[in-house]
Design a protein around this ligand. Structure first.
Ligand SMILES: [Zn+2]
Length: 175
């Protein structure tokens, strides 16, 4: 899936959750979500985030092929465990929210890739099997017309409606 699709789908999940975040912490919450949404593709040299943090991406790609361990349930579990350890020393809601948004971004990214024709080895290294969440004929091809002209505009519309509903009062104050 394209970076845009990963970002928009993550924002669809995080926008309603942002109601529970302190107003001055919402921006960090959403940025952590965007980083989480792009993070798994650091194993792909040409991806949106990789081109911006080339050395980190190069380092990660030594250990994994594309859609390798940055796209597994075990790595999400590792993020949560490391995050929880840090949380013990830094018990702020802002830190917990940032971690939550990052993890949600990673999970939504994986759900997106699981909807594609390539699928994911989500249980790697325990099971080297490709998993999919859509029936064969409905799987999305990355960068296809379906993704660009149907999926992205559809998700963007849903997101705009959500933003309008969630931030109605703030938006009315501006307009
Ligand atoms: Zn991916």
């Amino acid at each position: 899936m394209l970076a845009k699709s990963h970002i928009i789908s993550t924002m669809i999940v995080l926008t309603p959750l942002s109601i529970y975040v302190e107003q001055d912490e919402v921006l960090i919450f959403l940025i952590a979500g965007v980083i989480g949404a792009l993070f798994p593709d650091l194993d792909e040299k040409g991806s949106f985030l990789s081109r911006r943090v080339y050395f980190i991406s190069k380092f990660i790609s030594i250990f994994t092929e594309h859609r390798g361990w940055t796209h597994t349930l075990i790595i999400v579990l590792i993020y949560i465990i490391i995050g929880a350890i840090f949380l013990k020393y830094n018990e702020t809601t802002q830190y917990a929210n940032t971690l939550l948004a990052f993890v949600v971004g990673n999970i939504i990214h994986m759900i997106g890739d699981l909807s594609t024709r390539s699928g994911l080895q989500i249980l790697y290294p325990f099971k080297k099997k490709q998993y999919y969440i859509l029936p064969r004929g409905m799987r999305i091809v990355t960068n296809s017309k379906v993704e660009i002209y149907i999926l992205i505009p559809f998700m963007a519309t849903v997101l705009l409606m959500e933003i309008f509903l969630v931030y109605k009062e703030i938006l009315q104050g501006i307009i």
